[in-house]
Design a protein. Sequence first.
Length: 118
Amino acid sequence: MGAPVAFFEVSSPDHERAQQFYAELFGWKVAADPAMGGYGLVDTAAGEGAIGGGIGPVEESDSPGVRIYVRVDDLEQSLRRAEELGGTALVPPTDLPAGWGRFALFADPDGNTVGLWG
């Protein structure tokens, strides 16, 4: 039995900008909590059983980071939109072996590498 991804977290030195970036790119709802230093819980609006996450400031002992793949309907459009919002394309849409779909990679404005999978 595998261990499915159950949560994701993005940390940023400018967490408010990161929250806005991901909300605009994927249509996510981010509920920032001032009592938690602005950490925002994410609702991906993908329905029951969807993976949720959080976006917040970089912890003192950590560095900015995100290591997730996000499933999208259109890799090319999502990669273009990421660039429009200040991201950088790293790997163009590329076929995965054995019919596993396609992927692309971009760096968000903080340099975090994010995968798109379609």
